[in-house]
Write a protein of this length. Structure first.
Length: 164
C-alpha cells in the first residue's frame, strides 16, 4: 500500500514529457499506422469481404497505446528498491528475551492446545485404521498370508480402537 502511495508521489514529481523529437516520431508513427490500417481495409475490400477482416495479422494499435507502453517502461525504470530498515540488535534480543520469559502453557490456552492435539490424533487414527483395512483386504487375496497375519492385524486394530 505504501509502495502505491510512493509511486503516486513519484508520478506527481516526475511527469513523463515528450521532447520535440519524440513528438515528431509519434506523428510519423501515427501516419504510418493509419496508412497500414487503410491498406488492410483495402485488401479486405478487394477480396470482397465487407465485414471485419479476420486474419493472422493483427490490426495495428493506435498511437495512444504505444505512448502508454513507453510511459509504463519509463516508470518501471524509475522504480528503485528501498534500503532495508535499520535493525537494532538490542531490540531483537529484547523480543527474544520476552518470548523466553513468557509461559508457553497457561490455563487459558491449555484447553485449546489439547483440543488441537486430540483433533489431529483422531484424524491420524482414523487414517491409520483405514490403511490397515486396505492392507488387510490386499493380503486376504492370499489365504496363507492371511492366516499368518490375522492375529497381528487384530492386535493393531485393537490398539487403534483402544486409543480412539
Amino acid at each position: 500500500d505504501t509502495e502505491k502511495q510512493q509511486m503516486q508521489i513519484m508520478d506527481e514529481i516526475y511527469k513523463i514529457t515528450s521532447t520535440e523529437r519524440v513528438q515528431l516520431l509519434e506523428k510519423k508513427l501515427a501516419v504510418q499506422l493509419t496508412e497500414l490500417k487503410s491498406e488492410i481495409e483495402e485488401q479486405g475490400a478487394l477480396q470482397g469481404t465487407t465485414n471485419r477482416v479476420y486474419s493472422s495479422v493483427q490490426t495495428p494499435k493506435d498511437i495512444y497505446y504505444f505512448r502508454r507502453e513507453r510511459e509504463l517502461a519509463l516508470k518501471q525504470t524509475l522504480q528503485v528498491a528501498e534500503s532495508k530498515s535499520f535493525v537494532v540488535q538490542a531490540d531483537i534480543m529484547q523480543r527474544e528475551l520476552e518470548s523466553c520469559l513468557r509461559r508457553e502453557y497457561t490455563p487459558e490456552n491449555l484447553p485449546l492446545l489439547l483440543l488441537q492435539y486430540y483433533t489431529e490424533r483422531i484424524t491420524q487414527l482414523a487414517q491409520s485404521k483405514y490403511l490397515h483395512m486396505l492392507r488387510w483386504k490386499r493380503f486376504c487375496q492370499h489365504s496363507k498370508i492371511m492366516e499368518q497375519l490375522y492375529p497381528l492385524y487384530k492386535k493393531q486394530v485393537g490398539y487403534i480402537m483402544q486409543e480412539y
